[in-house]
Design a protein around this ligand. Structure first.
Ligand SMILES: Cc1cc2nc3c(=O)[nH]c(=O)nc-3n(C[C@H](O)[C@H](O)[C@H](O)COP(=O)(O)OP(=O)(O)OC[C@H]3O[C@@H](n4cnc5c(N)ncnc54)[C@H](O)[C@@H]3O)c2cc1C
Length: 353
């Protein structure tokens, strides 16, 4: 039986899941307040479960599974959309200013590090090399996901804000939009990132991140892998753009870049890779990570029988998009034993204590 699914939110999580559902022959509509204000537009696009040093357990398993899906998933999205996603399995180098221990990572001493990546700071004492981590151009990915969804026949309504759900007992029977329209579906998916609490009392809070980008002026790319230092990351795109991030701020939805935020990023980035100081600045921006108290996403069932949750992806939502899409499509299709991993991400972990 096909299900009529209404997805609320047009970041990578909503889009990727809508596409997966459409590919499984469901009829899907997405409502989006604003494509460009989401974290998916603001992110750095690192696919970094190892460099991020996620502790072993369900979250690391989820992240590793998603990283593994990335090459095939992006090539499918590229084929269906005709657009590039900028997926690049470039590896991530994690330079350090003092040596500490890390499990299961390859250590490069100072001279091996400078062979691997010339022109790093003289303060760098060595680095950890994660060849399986990589990156995707998250803005290109979001555009490709939109184009793919449209090409497949997903109905996409931009500039539509959902004000509230309409409930009947333990079911959702519709959503009310700011255009005072009521939209009905058989099933609903909440994928509204940092704004999820506006619609449901679940503990997702915005964690602001400021970012900037410069452009390399040399013909040959000065950086051929992501640099992930303890206090800064530098992500070189294949077209010469270099993305630098990010601050971590608890300031609610306060917008804008600040001089203090930019100074912090520039100081740390120039310390790590001094050639940066001469490159033209292209852009400053900011975004809101959807953070939960335990920093794990909220995936799967909700208190309502036909409302599914896919939110709270915090620092790793770009990485987690393909695995989230698969698992959530399974949940919506009612595959009861969807996946043993899912129980770790159930919303009730915040209500049972
Ligand atoms: C600075 C920064 C750097 C990051 N770097 C990385 C990284 O390197 N790697 C990584 O994996 N992740 C990274 N992340 C995290 C990642 O961006 C997020 O986890 C991910 O984008 C979340 O996707 P989403 O679809 O859940 O949310 P979003 O992309 O925020 O999308 C939410 C969508 O919901 C819509 N919406 C909200 N409320 C409503 C409503 N009431 N009605 C209709 N629509 C609504 C919004 O308009 C938006 O389209 C970063 C985030 C930030 C901010």
């Amino acid at each position: 039986m096909t299900t009529d699914v209404l997805v609320i939110g047009g970041g990578v999580i909503g889009l990727a899941t809508a596409i997966e559902l459409k590919l499984r022959s469901h009829c899907v509509t997405i409502l989006v307040r604003d494509f460009n204000s989401g974290a998916s537009h603001a992110a750095a696009g690192m696919l970094a479960p190892e460099a991020e040093q996620i502790s072993p357990g369900a979250m690391l398993d989820l992240c590793m599974r998603s990283r593994q899906l990335y090459p095939d998933w992006t090539s499918k999205i590229e084929q269906l959309s005709g657009l590039s996603t900028g997926y690049w399995n470039c590896g991530i180098l994690a330079p350090v200013y003092e040596q500490t221990n890390r499990n299961n990572a390859q250590w490069l001493d100072k001279s091996a590090t400078s062979k691997h990546q010339p022109n790093l700071s003289a303060d760098v004492v060595g680095s950890w090399w994660y060849p399986e981590d990589g990156q995707v151009d998250n803005r290109a990915l979001t555009l490709a996901l939109c184009a793919c969804a449209i090409a497949l026949g997903v109905i996409l309504q931009d500039e539509v804000t959902v004000k509230n759900f309409i409930y009947q007992q333990n079911r959702v029977i519709g959503v009310c939009t700011t255009n005072n329209e009521v939209i009905h579906a058989e099933h609903y998916l909440l994928a509204t990132g940092a704004w999820s609490q506006e619609l449901l009392p679940i503990p997702v809070q915005p964690k602001k991140g400021q970012m900037l980008s410069v452009r390399a002026t040399e013909k040959e790319l000065p950086l051929k892998q992501v640099l992930f230092a303890p206090d800064i990351y530098i992500v070189p795109r294949a077209d010469g753009r270099i993305v630098i991030g990010a601050t971590m701020e608890d300031v609610g939805f306060t917008p804008y870049n600040t001089p203090a935020g930019m100074q912090l990023l520039l100081q740390r980035a120039i310390r790590l890779f001094p050639p940066l100081q001469h490159y033209p600045i292209e852009e400053f921006w900011w975004g809101f990570r959807p953070a939960t108290p335990d920093e794990l996403p909220i995936l799967g069932a909700s208190p309502y029988s036909n409302l599914t949750l896919a939110t709270g992806h915090y620092r790793n939502g770009i990485l987690l998009a393909p695995v989230t899409a698969n698992l959530i499509a399974d949940v919506i299709e009612g595959q009861a034993a969807a996946d043993s991993l899912l129980k770790h991400f159930h919303y009730s972990r915040f209500t049972n204590s």
